[in-house]
Ligand binder design. Structure first.
Ligand code: ADP
Ligand code: ZN
Length: 290
């Protein structure tokens, strides 16, 4: 059986044909222009491929409430051309197959839970630190949506002593994303993250903010595993720094086997940057079985 997967991002749309084993058989990438330009390209790719359902892991904010009149819409995104766009409705109209829909980060988490390093877990967290910061949550075996969907990247931070940086988030200044996303690194240090690899103080501070957020997520959500992805996390040296600082921040309050084995608790994404698209295929499989 074949399924379609779409990882819808602000810069590119990745379309794939996959199967129930998570194998990706065909893929194409289109730049995210306007819906008028990009939708026909994607439809052209999916049409005639005999897919049973389509899964969309989408940038947000999006409406995931099936009772809502705007279910399946991209809502108030700063990507103006896609604001208030009925992406699920348009695919449904053109393809007439079941459509699964969730956030990009829940998609990545679902990919890791189904085929990657979080296999078998019922409570897990996926955090991406890239152009922005976002996170997907599975709680009690279900992807968490709630009122809208979690926005883990905009959590308030306790600013490090002596850090005068005003932060890069237009809403909150010094929130997690405002202090730790790729553009914040570049704005603060005047160079891209990849050019700062050898500068220890950059990663000390970066890991302080990431660890602070993770310690709070652990206390609130009690995840069994935490997966870190996104461009900034390509700095592998961040992992040992983050693990050490998370334990320091928790200050011995929690004693679990997971925290005792923290190298296998806070881990990199495991699917070669295909976690999002594989998660989208799983959204399609689930939609077909609904
Ligand atoms: P997006 O979030 O748009 O999907 P990415 O996850 O690739 O994209 O993140 C892009 C951000 O990650 C950019 O701000 C870039 O500077 C930063 N980045 C990419 N590679 C590295 C690296 N090796 N080290 C540090 N930062 C990086
Ligand atoms: Zn913010």
């Amino acid at each position: 059986m074949l399924y379609g997967g779409l990882e819808a991002g602000g810069t590119k749309m990745i379309c794939v044909i996959g199967n129930e084993n998570g194998e990706i058989l065909e893929r194409a990438t289109f730049p995210t222009l306007s819906p008028q330009e990009t939708m026909p390209e994607m439809l052209e790719f999916f049409k005639g491929k005999d897919i049973k359902a389509l899964g969309i892991a989408c940038f947000g904010p999006i409406d995931l409430n099936k009772e809502s009149s705007t279910y399946g819409y991209i809502t108030t995104t700063p990507k103006k051309l896609w604001a208030n766009y009925d992406i699920v409705g348009e695919f449904k109209k053109a393809l007439n197959i079941p459509i699964g829909f969730d956030t990009d980060v829940n998609g990545s988490l679902l990919g890791e839970i189904t085929w990657g390093c979080a296999k078998g877990k019922t409570d897990a967290l996926y955090i991406t630190i890239g152009t922005g910061v976002g996170g997907g949550i599975m709680s009690n075996g279900k992807l968490l949506h709630g009122m809208l969907h979690p926005e883990l990247g905009h959590m308030r931070m306790v600013v490090a002593e002596g850090d005068n940086y005003k932060g890069h988030c237009p809403y909150h200044g010094t929130c997690f994303e405002g202090m730790a996303a790729g553009p914040a690194i570049e704005d603060r240090w005047g160079k891209k993250g990849v050019e700062l690899s050898g500068d220890d103080k950059v990663w000390e501070l970066e890991s302080y903010y990431i660890a602070q957020a993770i310690a709070s997520y652990i206390l609130v959500l009690s995840p069994q595993i935490i997966i870190l992805g996104g461009g900034v996390m390509h700095q592998e040296k961040l992992f040992p720094l983050i693990r050490k600082k998370v334990l320091e921040q928790l200050a011995g309050y929690l004693n679990t086997k997971e925290l005792a084995d923290i190298d296998n608790y806070i881990v990199p994404a495991s699917l070669n940057d295909d976690q999002g698209i594989m998660g989208a295929v799983k959204l399609a499989i689930d939609a077909a079985n609904e």
